[in-house]
Design a binder for this molecule. Structure first.
Ligand SMILES: [Zn+2]
Length: 433
């Protein structure tokens, strides 16, 4: 038995008045009582948490854990531990592995491993097409049965629009979402950074903003025609936001997420860092105007989730001139702090509840119905809890990370607002009080 003492509480939707003691027995939340109605159970371990905030365990719907096939970059176990250290209790692993997760037996394998890991629980997603080639639909039904929680070709967009359309017809009945990476690969081909002032100054080939917008508009057109829900991941431009906003106003069943890096880093960082590839991501870092549009969209409830797009590489793979380095950075262990720090920097103009929903109830609604409970903190529920100290100031020290990848733009940066404790199915995972 475990008692979390004198903690404030966010239940997945709102902050509750007062402070509480939370009693955890095995993997369940046995009781939540207002402080004062003391629960004292002999032999129970208790943790004093005055001044901190308990939330439903955070969910990351987009992380590349590289298993099977590229375990030198990351694997299910290292990703799960890194997730727990970063405040996540549930992580969705992307299927662009080697081989890709495109068959029921592969999904079964990852789902089993993901349940057994010690840190954050890992849920598999499946590829939309066989071998991610965009030619033939993968066995979506079989993969859903084995535990795939969404389908995506991420790493790249679905290359064949007809196949994407067929997948949407199919997933409508499965009650499972397609997650689409919005990009027109012909437009972005060879591109390195956002097309604009910085690409002109540096001579690096730009990725036009229309590349993302065309991907977003394709999703909207298909979702509107078929009335089949689609999730658009790592949205990064003001044009994408404006298209998504108007589609949502028209009642089209789309959802979207953005990333901690797109919410906090401008393209100018690339020049300031003298072209350090830790700033090379896809979609590329954008302008201040885009960052403002993303925060406005958070404020308006247009963005449904924040996802890390944690994309680990071995140092040798990324230790190349900017133009040759692969796209992607590691962030699981500081992603929550990056967002909370940016929220502080923005003078807390948006309610903390809005931010917390993007890590809890928001992503739980993108997953299949049976995961809805993951977004709630309540009596009788699974003891997945993330405890935050919104005032905690700490420097990112990537060399201490448990992730196999420490290539991150935030190494050495001081951030305000950190997860201090992660409880996964009743297991206290990380204490840093
Ligand atoms: Zn992607």
């Amino acid at each position: 038995m475990l008692i979390l003492k004198s903690v404030s509480l966010f239940d997945g939707d709102q902050l509750l008045e007062g402070t509480f003691d939370i009693l955890i027995e095995k993997s369940k939340i046995k009781a939540i009582v207002p402080e004062g109605n003391k629960i004292d159970i002999k032999g129970a371990r208790s943790i004093e948490l005055k001044g901190t905030l308990a939330c439903p365990g955070f969910i990351d719907i987009h992380a590349h854990l590289r298993e099977p096939g590229e375990e030198w970059r990351e694997d299910i176990e290292s990703g799960s531990l890194a997730g727990a250290r970063g405040g996540f209790t549930t992580i969705v692993a992307m299927p662009n592995t080697s081989p890709p997760l495109d068959r029921p037996e592969l999904i079964r394998h990852i789902a089993r491993k993901g349940r057994e890991v010690r840190g954050a629980k890992v849920l598999p997603s499946g590829a939309i097409s066989k071998n991610r080639e965009g030619k033939e639909l993968a066995e979506l039904f079989g993969m859903a049965k084995e535990g795939a929680v969404l389908f995506t070709e991420d790493g790249s967009p679905t290359s064949n629009t007809e196949l994407l359309r067929n997948a949407l017809l199919y997933t409508k009945d499965l009650n499972l979402k397609i997650m689409e990476h919005p990009e027109d690969p012909y437009l972005s081909n060879g591109g390195q950074i956002n097309e604009g002032k910085i690409s002109a100054l540096s001579g690096l080939k730009g990725i036009p903003r229309s590349s993302e917008l065309i991907g977003v508009e394709r999703c909207i057109a298909l979702a509107e025609e078929l009335r089949s829900p689609i999730h658009i991941t790592h949205v990064s431009t003001k044009e994408s936001i404006s298209a998504i906003r108007s589609a949502k106003e028209r009642g089209i069943p789309i959802t979207c997420d953005t990333t901690p890096h797109h919410l906090s880093l401008e393209e100018s960082e690339i020049i300031k860092s003298d072209f350090n590839p830790v700033y090379k991501v896809k979609p590329p870092l954008r302008t201040l105007e885009d960052i403002e549009a993303l925060w406005e969209a958070i404020s308006d409830g247009i963005i449904d989730a924040i996802a890390t797009d944690h994309a680990p590489y071995h140092p040798d793979e990324k230790d190349l001139p900017f133009e040759e380095a692969p796209f992607g950075i590691a962030s699981l262990e500081c992603a929550v702090a990056v967002v909370l720090n940016e929220w502080h920097n923005r003078k807390q103009k948006i309610s903390i509840e809005r931010i917390l929903r993007l890590f809890t109830s928001g992503p739980s609604r993108i997953l299949p119905e049976r995961y809805r409970e993951l977004g709630k903190l309540k009596e009788g529920g699974i003891a997945n809890i993330t405890v935050l100290d919104l005032e905690k100031i700490k420097k990112v020290n990537a060399s201490s990370w448990v992730s196999k990848c420490r290539l991150t733009p935030w190494d050495g940066i001081t951030l305000k607002g950190w997860p201090i404790l992660t409880i996964v199915e009743g297991e206290v995972f990380q204490i840093d009080i």
